[in-house]
Design a protein around this ligand. Structure first.
Ligand SMILES: *Cc1c(COP(=O)(O)O)cnc(C)c1O
Length: 388
């Protein structure tokens, strides 16, 4: 094939147009660069995009997770269950609060923590004499974990379900917007440039609980409560808060990006369909991402599973050769329980589902500006390297 992309194809990237640039330019001329009206405007727009009643925007997706778990008031001896197949931030948020992480296993075909994995992790917690206060299912790649089934068990034991939705802005689960599900207390989002919309750095928590939203807004800004009856300068600090704010400049960009989010996701879904159709003949050495039937993915990632042994190539070799031909790939993710920090803390843990999923996946380029020709180029190049 003669088509060759003009530029390197990363595994993901932001989609910024002239309207976005204008929005940032205009925001720079506003009276407030931070703590101004754009933050609330962005939060309102996020409520619409996520279907939730309240949204709290903050500095990034990791901070969103921290703010969410902070509301649970963890005490020593408390724990939260986190699937091992996720980005570091999901587990770290729990550690910031001094609580322990119990790593859950995942389905080796989807990378999602299932209800049996959750129950196993609950047993682990019991063995360790830890009180589980929360479970943080991860909507990996934009596809939803079965939070309905998880919630049924969690709710009976007073365990909060907080979804890490960094990948799932615009995704649907059981026919509903992920951010509006009654099974999750909160869903956190990230607006890092590789995610569905970009604000540079940015994140948010969506919830239908006003008390939680109010609490997170306080914690986001040093828990300062105004005391106008004392004086116009006065404030009380009743809790230990942080500066986890997002700026008005970032929110202006976010507002502009949100106007296009439906188009972004539609294009991602088209591209995933195209990849599927081109890769299906390569089974069983390459398997297209397995779709959970209750979920309509937002396709943050397109990660087929490779049988590298049968293909006679290592993942590192394949990544290197694709890179030489202008194609970026990435691995999402290294199981967090295998990280040195967590090994030192909890010793050796075996989670076969996470380890198997990790050993097979590779994320191929996927972002709205990718053309159909680009996808054909990626698959042709892959076939060429693999001698197919
Ligand atoms: C990106 C990401 C985060 C963290 O978001 P940042 O905005 O980068 O801090 C958390 N969890 C998952 C699953 C992510 O992919």
């Amino acid at each position: 094939m003669s088509y060759k992309p003009a530029t390197f194809l990363p595994y993901s990237r932001q989609n910024i147009d002239d309207d976005d640039k204008q929005a940032v330019w205009d925001a720079l001329g506003d009276d407030f660069l931070t703590t101004g009206p754009k933050v609330e405007e962005f939060e309102q727009a996020l409520c619409e995009a996520t279907g939730s009643q309240y949204a709290v925007a903050c500095g990034n997706g990791s901070l969103a997770l921290h703010l969410a778990v902070l509301t649970l008031d963890f005490q020593p001896g408390d724990a939260a269950i986190v699937p091992s197949l996720t980005f570091l931030a999901t587990a770290n948020a729990v550690r910031y609060c001094g609580a322990d992480v119990i790593f859950g296993d995942v389905d080796p075909e989807t990378g999602l923590m299932g209800v049996e994995d959750f129950e196993k992790a609950l047993n682990e917690a019991q063995k360790k004499n830890l009180k589980v206060k929360a479970v943080l299912p991860v909507h990996l790649g934009g596809q939803c974990a079965d939070v309905k089934a998880i919630h049924e068990i969690a709710d009976a034991q007073n365990i909060a379900v907080i979804a890490d939705g960094a990948h799932c802005l615009g995704a649907e689960c059981y026919g509903e917007n992920v951010g509006a599900l009654p099974y999750t207390l909160m869903t956190t989002y990230s607006f890092h440039p590789v995610k569905t919309i970009a604000t540079g750095e940015g994140g948010a928590i969506a919830t239908n609980d006003k008390k939680l939203a109010d609490k997170m807004r306080l914690l986001r800004s040093h828990a300062m409560e105004k005391r106008p009856n004392v004086g116009p300068w006065a404030y009380d600090m009743n809790d230990l808060g942080y500066n986890y704010r997002i700026s008005d400049i970032q929110c202006a960009l976010g507002l502009s990006q949100l106007k296009k989010v439906d188009d972004f996701i539609e294009r991602r879904r088209e591209l995933a369909g195209l990849y599927d159709s081109l890769l299906e003949p390569m089974a069983p050495e390459i398997l297209t991402p397995k779709r959970a039937e209750y979920s309509n993915s937002a396709w943050h990632l397109y990660a087929p599973r490779f049988d590298f042994e049968a293909l006679g190539i290592t993942r590192a070799q394949l990544m290197e050769q694709l890179k030489e031909r202008g194609i970026g790939t990435q691995v999402h993710y290294i199981p967090v329980h295998t990280q040195p920090y967590y090994k030192k803390l909890y010793g050796e843990i075996v989670l076969p589902g996470a380890e198997q999923y990790y050993s097979q996946i590779l994320s191929l380029p996927l972002y709205p500006a990718l053309s159909d020709d680009d996808v054909h180029y990626v698959v042709q190049t892959l076939k060429g390297i693999l001698g197919k």
